[in-house]
Design a protein around this ligand. Structure first.
Ligand code: NAD
Length: 295
């Protein structure tokens, strides 16, 4: 396939490299010349703009920080829609709000193009290993057509429903993740304060009803899970500022749907406090620092 790929950051660059490895022909664009050079060294064509990248493309993939960037990459004078051929599908893997997805899908439809939301989970490790999960929103026919392309970058390609539901799945999952991490952090810190060995408490939790991914894989208490970011100074992993962004998307979407999100709103404030005190780049499990007096 001839694929245009726009947005070669922490996630986009390894994803694009995997598409090259899978045998696709890529034209790439990013604001960073260094990011483009890395892909060019691996065999991609460096494009001068998104408009140039989509020239001759059969699929377009965007992997950008937020909805504002997607809006500009699509709609700018030298943007995707200025150069794309009719019938070519645009796959956006950025994490953005479902309402913007609908806006972009309408914009693309006016040009004769389908716009599919396909956010991912699996982080930078999954992007490099080609094991990402894609949550795809769009018609069944579009899902079938994008599946072979996404299979070059991921292991689980899930059809969530109509346009926007991929983002719904993503933000609801991360709402649970943000809340469970805060809950596990609170309980682990309380256990420490009350005198139980954190390893014993973590072990009990992980074979009991309190178990979750936040307790058994990413336990926030250092030393409980040796492979967790907490055991290496909260480096790597899933950054606090990214969790803060996703909880903002969840609470905004809840507001739009006139739906309460009590836990999500509180969790958002906790991660905001972490970010404000300068811990935004640490793994989000560093939220336990808010509870431990010596941190
Ligand atoms: P990033 O900031 O590392 O990369 C974004 C890239 O987009 C940068 O290289 C930047 O130069 C480029 N960019 C910005 N504006 C542009 C424009 N107008 N034209 C061309 N390029 C432009 O972000 P990331 O970590 O790769 O994340 C991308 C998306 O994936 C985000 O929406 C994020 O929430 C989501 N996500 C990230 C992770 C993760 O672990 N990093 C996991 C899942 C989902």
């Amino acid at each position: 396939m001839k694929i245009a790929f726009v947005g070669l950051g922490h996630m986009g660059a390894p994803m694009a490299l995997n598409l090259l490895k899978a045998g696709h022909a890529l034209a790439v664009f990013d604001l960073s010349a260094d990011a483009m050079q890395t892909l060019a060294d691996a065999g991609a064509r460096k494009a001068a703009s998104p408009k140039d990248a989509v020239n001759g493309a059969e699929y377009v993939i965007t992997m950008l920080p937020a909805a504002a960037h997607v809006r500009s990459v699509l709609g700018a004078e030298d943007g995707v829609l200025a150069g794309i051929a009719k019938g070519v599908t645009i796959i956006d893997s950025s994490t953005i709000d479902p309402a913007s997805v609908k806006e972009f899908a309408a914009l693309a439809a006016a040009h004769g193009n389908a716009f599919v939301d396909a956010p991912v989970s699996g982080g930078t490790g999954g992007a490099a290993a080609g094991t990402l999960t894609f949550m795809v929103g769009g018609s069944a026919a579009i899902y079938e057509s994008v599946k072979p392309v996404l299979s070059g970058m991921g292991k689980n390609i899930v059809h969530c429903g109509e346009t926007g539901t991929g983002q719904v799945a993503k933000i609801c999952n991360n709402l649970v993740l943000g809340v469970t991490m805060a809950g596990v952090a609170e309980a682990m810190a309380l256990g420490e304060a009350l005198g139980i060995d954190p390893k014993v408490l973590g072990g009990i939790m992980n074979t009991s009803t309190g178990r979750s991914w936040s307790s058994d894989t990413y336990n926030p208490f250092p030393g409980v899970i040796e492979t967790a970011p907490s055991s290496r100074g909260y480096s790597g992993g899933f950054g606090t500022d990214l969790m803060l962004k996703d909880l903002g998307l969840a609470t905004d979407a809840a507001k739009g749907a006139r739906q309460p999100a009590f836990m999500g709103a509180l969790a958002q404030q906790l991660y905001q406090a972490m970010s404000t005190r300068g811990d935004g780049k640490l793994d989000f499990s560093a939220i336990i620092k808010l509870y431990r007096s010596d941190q």
